[in-house]
Design a protein around this ligand. Structure first.
Ligand SMILES: [Zn+2]
Length: 257
C-alpha cells in the first residue's frame, strides 16, 4: 500500500510533466502545413515514447529505492568515515561491528515522504525498521531524521534543529561519567522540539517550552498510548515521558537482555 502510494506520487508528477510538455511545445502553432503536421506528429510520438521510457525508468529506480529503504546494513567504510571521531569514538561501549546503519522512509512535517538515516545497535535494528514502517503507514509526522554527526555529534544542536536521532557516544546531559543509552545505540529521540526533556525548570531544547502542555496536541507530539508510544512499548521499549521525576518526551530506550 505504502509502496503503491509513493509510486503513484512519483508517477503522477512525471505524468504531469508528460501531459504539460507537448502543450508548451505546440503552443501558438495552430496554422501549420500538413507536411509539418505529420513531422510534428512523428516527433510527438517519439517524445511520448521517450517519456514513457522515462516513467518506466523512474518506476524501476523507485523500486530500487524502496528495496534499500526500511532496511539496515553493517557499518561500511563510507558510513564509518562519517561517524569516526564524531558520534563514535575510541572508548565507545559498542563496537562498530555491533552497530547498524538504518534507512527509513518518514512522513515529513511538509506532508511529503522523505528518506531518513539512523544508526542503532544491531540488537534493535529490526525493531526500529518495523516501528518506522508503522509510523510511516500512519503518516505520523517527523520533522527530520539525520545522523547526529551532521551536528558534529552535539545533542543540543540536533535537538534545536528538531532532528530525530539514535546512536551517539555521550554522557547524560548534566551527569558527568554516566553514559547515555544513546551511547549503546538502544535509545532514540523523536521530534525534540514538540517532545522536550523537562526537569524542574529546565526544558531542552528551549523551543520545547511551547509544548509543555501535553494535553494540547501538536504535529509530531508523542503522548501516552498514542500510536508512536504503542509502536515502541509493544516491542519492549520504555518511554521517557513515563519517568517520574524528569520527563524526556522525545526519548525511547530498550534494555538489552
Ligand atoms: Zn534520548
Amino acid at each position: 500500500m505504502r509502496k503503491a502510494l509513493i509510486l503513484c506520487m512519483l508517477i503522477a508528477s512525471t505524468a504531469v510533466f508528460v501531459t504539460c510538455r507537448p502543450a508548451e511545445v505546440y503552443e501558438g502553432s495552430s496554422i501549420v502545413e500538413n507536411k509539418q503536421q505529420v513531422q510534428d506528429d512523428v516527433k510527438e510520438e517519439e517524445t511520448k515514447e521517450t517519456e514513457t521510457k522515462e516513467v518506466e525508468t523512474k518506476e524501476i529506480e523507485t523500486k530500487e529505492v524502496f528495496a534499500q529503504s526500511f532496511a539496515y546494513y553493517p557499518i561500511d567504510e563510507k558510513i564509518e568515515s562519517r561517524i569516526m571521531g564524531v558520534s563514535w569514538k575510541q572508548g565507545s561501549p559498542v563496537a562498530l561491528k555491533d552497530l547498524r546503519y538504518v534507512n527509513v522512509f518518514y512522513w515529513g512535517f511538509d506532508e511529503q515522504p522523505h528518506i531518513g538515516e539512523l544508526i542503532v545497535n544491531k540488537a534493535v535494528a529490526k525493531d526500529i525498521v518495523e516501528i518506522f514502517e508503522e509510523l510511516y503507514e500512519a503518516k505520523f509526522p517527523i520533522a527530520k531524521i539525520s545522523l547526529i554527526d551532521e551536528y558534529n555529534a552535539e545533542d543540543s544542536k540536533s535537538m534545536e534543529d528538531n532532528n530525530t536521532s539514535a546512536f551517539c557516544y555521550r554522557e547524560v546531559d548534566g551527569k558527568p561519567g554516566q553514559l547515555s543509552k544513546h551511547s549503546y545505540g538502544v535509545a532514540i529521540d523523536i521530534n525534540p522540539i514538540q517532545n522536550p526533556y523537562v526537569y524542574k525548570d529546565k526544558v531542552s531544547p528551549s523551543e520545547g517550552k511551547s509544548y509543555l502542555d501535553r494535553s494540547e496536541m501538536s504535529k509530531g507530539m508523542i503522548v501516552k498510548d498514542d500510536l508512536c508510544y504503542k509502536a515502541f512499548t509493544s516491542r519492549g521499549w520504555t518511554w521517557g515521558g513515563d519517568w517520574k521525576y524528569e520527563k524526556d518526551y522525545q526519548h525511547f530506550q530498550k534494555q538489552l537482555k
